[in-house]
Design a protein around this ligand. Structure first.
Ligand code: GCV
Length: 601
């Protein structure tokens, strides 16, 4: 593998199709010596492995080759029978801007945009395509959902450049998708972007024809509309089915899918308004439209009703919509979960999502990417586990999380069995540790506004984003039960029962669903305030423990150095969260820590 990696940087790997790529991978790894590749086009993405043979569809053979090598390397038997992905669309959403920056990107600049243009080093793209394909991703949306000038040119003057990029990804069985600007027709002289206006419809049909002429296998368009100041159908008094269906019909003749994001809420809320409850917004907007979307529309829904917080309940929209194609959206970019400085391994969180979500509810999964062109490509070298696991998740959402993490560790580093287990242990618990110092009891949004790293308990409290905890001297949390905002009523009956009653509600979501007095007792006998103090102290302590443990793992030198640097920052961050949060609650409540630890006044 090391040799192959170096080769990719020295020059292009001479492959143009997934079959050629499969043959190249097998030929350049000792475990693949003599293995034959047999393409059966009707198998599509599926594959079958037998000793010495990889059989599969046009892209399936490459997936099969990667799996063949991984099984051999891990010393596992080849998987039996036909292997096929659970979801046909397993997409990475890259929030790359044309100037080379990446919105919420913590891994360095874009791999394919800079200076307002599509510009890339082909070897690097090939390397990224190879990496993503080996994980199991099959679609990459290359530009930010916030389509800002000059990104509109991607479906106009920059089409030839996008086509060159698409060719590099195509060789690895990956298709591109493009985020489009709903108001694009206005830019081209039309007086309106109303989806029911015949001129607008004709404009998009013609645009789609030109786009598909340049990139015949483009997966489709992705749209963020009427969200955080993006344009959308609401401007014209139209609903989101009318908007999505218009674009969908333009790309339908070419086999494209229209992915429409359900991230719609009022980002200009008056904080005094206690009736509007942001988590309710998506359900209110889309449930009435269930059954109204065209067949090639997929509604992309974030896993929780807010916005990628460390802990949120499952979005009720994912459970409610029965007649709409749904895509689950998760975020590998650690916007609220540590900026790829703090260690945060995500598969345990996805497993919780899948516990409550019937597998057949979804037809697609997508992740906001954590890829960039900086060292290690994912910022923190250990954040690569999330990219790997996301690819596996798209194939097998009910995967064994611990086994997946262990596979990644073993495929990435040559460690002793003891060190492997130690590292897996740290990765597995990292999310719970991060949660304990940043989001105890389901409290969220206490981050520094805008930047979203580090504590600021009141930062969003008097702002317009609908993200309040309403802590006062007696109590904290929002009552989202029937007697409160009524959010809980958006769930099926059994979940109303689970979340709506304090005695049933998991501790991890207690203050998300309920307003509690600091002196109320929790199930374990502790008061709410004591639990908040304990969690913050524990989180800081466990972070120091993780640092100690990781220092002893014999990573390759550059990796070890980067891990140590990140851990130093994480330890400082956790201590800051601990001190700020505990002081905040102590000053408000005036209640002492039972254990007499240091809280700054
Ligand atoms: C791409 C959050 C982020 C924004 C992001 C948005 C979205 O609000 O802070 O950076 O914009 O989510 O998902 O569209």
């Amino acid at each position: 593998m090391d040799r192959a990696w170096l080769h990719a940087w020295e020059g292009m790997i001479p492959v143009h199709t997934p079959k050629e790529a499969a043959e190249w991978e097998l030929a350049h790894a000792s475990e693949g010596a003599g293995v034959q590749v047999c393409v059966k086009p009707e198998m599509g993405e599926a594959y079958c492995l037998r000793s010495g043979i990889v059989e599969g569809g046009e892209t399936g053979v490459l997936q099969g080759a990667f799996q063949y090598l991984a099984s051999q390397r891990l010393g596992k038997p080849l998987p039996q029978g036909m292997q096929q992905p659970c979801y046909a669309l397993r997409m990475l959403n890259c929030w790359d801007n044309m100037d080379g920056s990446i919105e919420r990107g913590y891994s360095g600049p874009s791999l394919w945009f800079s200076e307002g243009r599509v510009q890339f080093v082909p070897q690097r793209i090939q390397w990224a395509a190879r990496l993503l394909s080996s994980c199991g991703v099959n679609v990459v949306c290359i530009n930010n959902v916030n389509v800002r000038e000059p990104a509109q040119e991607l479906i106009d003057s920059m089409l030839p450049d996008v086509a060159s990029l698409a060719a590099l990804f195509r060789a690895y069985g990956i298709r591109l998708m493009l985020s489009v600007d709903f108001s694009h027709p206005l830019r081209n002289g039309l007086p309106t972007a109303d989806p029911l206006d015949a001129r607008v419809q004709a404009w998009w049909r013609e645009r789609a024809r030109r786009v598909y002429e340049a990139i015949p296998d483009l997966a489709g368009f992705l749209v963020k509309a009427d969200s955080e100041h993006r344009p959308g159908p609401f401007t014209y008094g139209r609903n989101h089915a009318e908007g999505a269906n218009m674009l969908a019909s333009a790309i339908a003749p070419f086999g494209g899918v229209l992915v429409w994001r359900a991230f719609v809420y009022n980002c200009q809320q008056d904080w005094r308004d206690q009736k509007t409850d942001r988590p309710m917004a998506a359900y209110q907007t889309y449930m009435p439209l269930d059954g109204c979307f065209s067949d090639n529309v997929i509604l992309q829904v974030k896993h929780g009703p807010f916005d990628f917080q460390v802990r949120e309940p499952l979005s009720p929209l994912l459970l409610g919509m029965q007649k709409t194609h749904l895509c689950l959206e998760v975020q590998l970019a650690q916007e609220y979960t540590g900026h790829q400085i703090d260690l945060y391994t995500m598969p345990p969180m996805w497993a919780e999502v899948m516990e409550e979500l019937p597998q057949d509810r979804l037809c697609a999964v997508c992740a906001v990417g954590n890829l960039g062109s900086g060292p290690f490509l994912t910022g923190h070298p250990l954040a690569a586990v999330n990219l790997y696991a996301f690819g596996r998740f798209g194939w097998q959402p009910h995967m064994d999380v611990a086994a997946c993490i262990r596979d990644w560790v073993r495929l990435s580093y040559a460690l002793s069995p003891e060190d492997t287990e130690t590292l897996c242990g740290v990765l597995l618990k990292s999310r719970a540790v991060y949660e304990s110092y940043t989001g105890s009891l389901g409290l969220c949004w206490m981050v520094t506004p805008g930047f979203h790293y580090g504590p600021s308990p009141m930062g969003y409290e008097y702002d317009s984003w609908g993200t309040y905890h309403r802590a006062d001297r007696n109590a904290v949390g929002i009552d989202r039960t029937e007697k409160g905002t009524g959010y809980v009523l958006q769930y099926p009956a059994e979940m109303q029962e689970k979340y709506g009653k304090k005695e049933n509600c998991p501790d991890t979501l207690l203050l998300f669903f309920h307003r509690m007095r600091y002196t109320d007792r929790m199930r374990d006998g502790r008061t709410v305030i004591q639990r908040l103090y304990d969690d913050h102290f524990d989180g800081a302590q466990q972070t120091r423990e993780m640092q100690r443990v990781l220092q002893a793992i014999p990573f390759p030198a550059a990796v070890g150095q980067a891990v140590n640097q990140c851990m130093e920052k994480q330890v400082r961050n956790a201590q800051e969260w601990c001190d700020v949060s505990n002081s905040f609650f102590h000053r408000l409540s005036g209640i002492e820590d039972e254990k007499g630890r240091i809280i700054y006044d």
